[in-house]
Design a protein. Structure first.
Length: 61
């Protein structure tokens, strides 16, 4: 499902998003890829944080 929304961004931000767009891909594709990238980085950061603090929980299987 597609939602039509106007999201105000500066000209600089818009230009940077366009620079990140891959050939043949839409702005929606680009933003979705960037969102996934940030989500993966957050997960990696969380895992590294837990490893640094040695906070592990035993899993009983």
């Amino acid at each position: 499902m597609s939602v039509a929304e106007n999201i105000p961004v500066s000209e600089e931000t818009y230009s940077q998003i366009l620079e990140l767009r891959r050939p043949g891909k839409s702005l929606d594709d680009t933003l979705a890829r960037l969102v996934e990238s940030v989500k993966k980085q957050r997960l990696t950061d969380d895992i590294e944080d837990v490893m640094t603090r040695n906070e592990f929980v035993e899993l009983i299987l």
